[in-house]
Design a protein around this ligand. Structure first.
Ligand code: ADP
Ligand code: ZN
Ligand code: ZN
Length: 655
C-alpha cells in the first residue's frame, strides 16, 4: 500500500503540517508529488496537494482515509507554484517542505505597519520615446515570445543603454494584454531612484517587496497580487513567487548578480527559477545585464536563449567613458608608495576645480582589512569562524561572519611580538587619506558601517545625487545601478584584489565589478573618465573591462573554463560535511568521498577533501571536496545517493 502526505491549506503558516492519506490502487499511476487531490477532512471534503509519497506510515492504516479524487490539473496558481516547488526539490536536492516554504507565501497577520520613509511618486509621466535600438529590442523580444517554442531573452545592453525603458515598454504591453509582470532586482538596487521610475509610470498597479518588510506585510502584498489588485511585482529573489494568476512577463535585471543565488537551503538560482516559472506560466522571461554571467551567455550561445543587443548609451550626448589602466608597480618604482597614483590624484584635483563629482570605488571583494604579525606572519582570526578579523576605527577587530568583536591586541596572540599591523586599506582609511589630501572636498563614505542603519543607504545616495558632496567613496554598493549625471571621474582602487579570491569565478566577478564601476562615469552628456589602478594591468579581466569588451572577456574566460573543466564547460559538485565535532566532520567527508569515488568508477575528477576556505563558521567544522564531471545527470544522481548516507550534516551544490 502507498501513502500520501497532503497539505490542505497551502498558505498555512506551517507547511510541515501535512495529513496522511491512503492512495487507492487505481490512483497510483496518476498521483505524484505536486498532484492536486480531493480528500475527506473532518466532515468536509477539501482539496489539497500531495507533498510526499511513502510505502510506510507511523499512523495505523485503519485510522487513515483514502484520497477521494485526483483533481484536474487545472492551471491554478497554486498548482503552478507547486510544480515550481517540485522542480526546486529535484534541481537543488532539498526536501519538498523546504521548497514549499520558499515558493509559497507564508500566512501571517500584519502587525502595525512600518511607516514608509518615502512616498514613491505615483502618476502618469509621459514615457520616454524609445530610440531605434530600444525599439528593435522590444519588437524582437515580443516576436520571440510570440513563437510557439519561445525562448528566454537575454537583453545584453552596455551600462546606460536604457534597459529600464525596454523593461517598462515590455511591461506596458503585458499589462495592456491583461496579464501581469514581475521584475526582479538585486536588493541593493531597490532604491528610491530606481523604484520611482516604475511607480511614476505604473502607479498603484505596482507592489514592492523587500527584506525590510515584515512577513505579514509581505503576505499582504502577495495577497494583493492574488486578488488582482496589483499587476506588477518588484523585488529581490522572493518576488518571483508572487501568485499572479496570468503572469505574462518575468524580468531579471542585473541577471549576473550574485544576490540571485540563495545562500540558504534550497540554494536555488533565482535566474533558473525565473526561467522555470516562465515555462510553467507561459510567460516571457528577460534576463538583462551589461555583463551577462558566463553561464547565461554560454546557454545563449547554445541557442537556448535569444540575445538582444543595446550597444549604445541612450541619454542624449552620452558616450562610453574613456578608461585608463594605471600600473601601480610603476608607481612604486617611481617612489610613490601611496594609495593614489599621480594620475588619479591629478584627476581628482581637476574635477574638484571644475565642480564635478568623483566616485572612488574600493574593490574590497577578497580583501579583508586583516591584521597580521610582521614577526611570525600569522593573521588574527575569529575564534569561532576561522576567518580573519577586520579592523575598524577605534581599534576594534570584528568578524564579518558572526559579529564577534575584540579590542586590537598590543601583541601578537601567537608569538607575543609587538609588531602587528594591517595590510592595505579599507574605506575608512581611504576616507581619511582623501580628507587629508583634498581638505576642500566634501566627502561621503558608503560601506557596511555607514549603511547599517535603516534607510542610511538611501540617504547617502540621495545626498550625493543632490550634490551635497564632491566625492563618494565606497565598496561594491556604489557601483550598482545608480545614475549620477554629474559624476565624471570614477577611480577604481585595488582593481585586482578580487582576482585573488580562491574561486573559479574570480575573473568573472572582477570583470563584472570593473565594467559596472566604469559604467558609472559620464552617464548624461558630460564626458566620463575612469582610472583603474591595478597590479595586474595585463589580466584579461582588467583589459576587457577597460575596453568595455564583453565578448573578448567571454572568449578568454571560456578557454580557461574549458581547460580546467569548470562550469559551464562541465558540471561541478561541491560536497560539504559539517559538524560541531571536527572528527565527525572528518569521518563524514571521508565516507562521502569514498562513496563518490566508487560511484564514479574512474570518470570525472575529484578534488579534496580539504577544509573549506572558511573551515569553521559559528563553531561548526566544515570539510569539503569537489567533483568535476561532464555529465550533470550523473552528479544529480550521486547527490541524491549521498543525501541518503548516514553521518553528519551535509550541503551539496551542483553548478
Ligand atoms: P541601463 O539600465 O541600461 O544602465 P538606464 O535605463 O538607467 O540604463 O538608462 C540610462 C539613462 O539613459 C537614463 O538616464 C535614462 O533616463 C536615459 N534614457 C534611456 N532611454 C532613453 C531614451 N530613449 N531617450 C533618452 N534618454 C534615455
Ligand atoms: Zn606573531
Ligand atoms: Zn566569527
Amino acid at each position: 500500500m502507498k501513502f500520501a502526505g497532503v497539505i490542505v491549506d497551502i498558505s498555512h503558516k506551517d507547511v510541515d503540517k501535512s495529513y496522511t492519506y491512503i492512495i487507492p490502487e487505481e490512483m497510483c499511476s496518476d498521483i505524484e508529488i505536486g498532484t492536486p487531490v480531493t480528500v475527506p477532512f473532518g466532515r468536509r471534503r477539501i482539496s489539497g496537494f500531495v507533498t510526499e509519497i511513502t510505502d510506510t506510515t507511523d499512523v495505523s492504516p485503519e485510522k487513515l482515509k483514502p484520497i477521494e479524487a485526483v483533481n484536474a490539473k487545472e492551471a491554478s496558481i497554486e498548482h503552478q507554484l507547486m510544480q515550481l516547488a517540485v522542480w526546486m526539490k529535484d534541481t537543488y536536492g532539498c526536501t519538498m517542505n523546504q521548497a514549499l516554504k520558499t515558493v509559497l507565501p507564508v500566512k501571517k497577520k500584519v502587525k502595525a505597519r512600518t511607516k514608509a520613509e518615502d512616498v514613491l511618486p505615483f502618476g502618469k509621466e509621459p514615457p520616454k520615446i524609445l530610440n531605434g535600438e530600444q525599439l528593435a529590442a522590444v519588437n524582437g523580444i515580443l516576436q520571440e515570445f510570440g513563437r510557439p517554442d519561445r525562448r528566454p531573452a537575454v537583453l545584453f545592453g552596455v551600462t546606460g543603454s536604457g534597459k529600464t525603458e525596454v523593461y517598462m515598454e515590455l511591461m506596458r504591453r503585458t499589462l495592456d494584454a491583461g496579464r501581469q509582470a514581475i521584475l526582479l532586482i538585486p536588493e541593493i538596487s531597490l532604491t528610491y531612484q530606481n523604484l520611482s521610475r516604475f511607480t511614476k509610470v505604473f502607479g498603484e498597479q505596482v507592489g514592492i517587496v523587500h527584506s525590510k518588510l515584515s512577513a505579514g506585510e509581505k503576505y499582504e502584498c502577495f495577497e494583493q497580487a492574488r486578488k488582482g489588485e496589483i499587476s506588477v511585482m518588484i523585488g529581490p529573489r522572493s518576488a518571483l513567487f508572487a501568485p499572479f494568476s496570468d503572469l505574462g512577463l518575468i524580468i531579471v535585471d542585473e541577471e549576473h548578480d550574485g544576490a540571485y543565488l540563495s545562500d540558504s537551503v534550497p540554494r536555488y538560482s533565482a535566474v533558473d527559477a525565473a526561467v522555470k516559472r516562465g515555462e510553467l506560466a507561459g510567460a516571457g522571461v528577460v534576463l538583462g545585464s551589461a555583463t551577462p554571467s558566463v553561464r547565461t551567455f554560454h546557454t545563449a550561445m547554445d541557442r537556448k536563449y535569444a540575445v538582444f543587443l543595446l550597444k549604445h548609451r541612450a541619454a542624449a550626448g552620452s558616450s562610453l567613458p574613456h578608461v585608463d589602466i594605471i600600473d601601480m608597480r610603476e608607481e612604486l618604482k617611481d617612489g610613490n608608495k601611496g594609495m593614489f597614483s599621480r594620475k588619479l590624484e591629478a584627476g581628482i584635483r581637476q574635477r574638484l576645480a571644475e565642480k564635478e563629482q568623483i566616485m572612488l570605488f574600493l574593490n574590497r571583494r577578497g580583501y579583508s582589512g586583516s591584521i597580521s604579525c610582521r614577526s611570525c606572519g600569522k593573521v588574527i582570526k575569529c575564534p569561532h569562524c576561522d576567518v580573519s578579523l577586520t579592523s575598524h576605527r577605534g581599534n576594534i577587530l570584528k568578524c564579518h561572519y558572526c559579529g564577534f568583536t575584540m579590542n586590537m591586541p598590543d601583541r601578537c596572540p601567537s608569538c607575543g611580538s609587538p609588531y602587528i599591523a594591517g595590510f592595505g586599506a579599507g574605506t575608512q582609511k581611504i576616507e581619511s587619506l582623501v580628507k587629508k589630501k583634498f581638505p576642500e572636498a566634501r566627502v561621503l563614505r558608503m560601506d557596511m558601517d555607514t549603511t547599517a542603519r535603516k534607510n542610511a543607504h538611501e540617504k547617502l545616495l540621495r545626498a550625493f545625487g543632490e550634490g551635497k558632496a564632491d566625492i563618494l567613496i565606497g565598496t561594491q554598493m556604489i557601483v550598482k545601478g545608480h545614475d549620477f549625471p554629474n559624476v565624471t571621474l570614477m577611480g577604481i582602487l585595488a582593481a585586482d584584489l578580487s582576482l585573488n579570491v580562491s574561486s573559479y569565478t574570480a575573473a568573472e566577478r572582477t570583470f563584472q565589478l570593473l565594467t559596472q564601476a566604469a559604467g558609472r562615469a559620464g552617464r548624461a552628456g558630460s564626458a566620463g573618465e575612469v582610472m583603474i589602478q591595478t597590479y595586474s594591468p595585463d589580466h584579461y579581466a582588467v583589459t576587457a573591462a577597460a575596453a568595455q569588451d564583453y565578448l573578448s572577456f567571454y572568449k578568454q574566460e571560456l578557454v580557461y573554463r574549458k581547460l580546467l573543466s569548470y562550469p559551464p564547460a562541465g558540471a561541478m559538485m561541491n560536497v560539504v560535511a559539517m559538524d560541531e565535532q571536527e572528527d565527525a566532520a572528518e569521518a563524514g567527508i571521508k565516507a562521502f568521498y569514498e562513496f563518490s569515488v566508487s560511484f564514479l568508477a574512474g570518470k570525472g575528477t575529484v578534488i579534496g577533501p580539504v577544509d573549506t576556505g572558511v573551515s569553521k563558521i559559528k563553531d561548526i567544522y566544515r570539510k569539503q571536496f569537489i567533483i568535476k564531471h561532464p555529465d550533470r545527470k550523473i552528479l544529480l544522481e550521486l547527490r541524491d545517493r549521498i543525501q541518503l548516507l548516514p553521518g553528519c550534516l551535509r550541503q551539496i551544490d551542483i553548478t
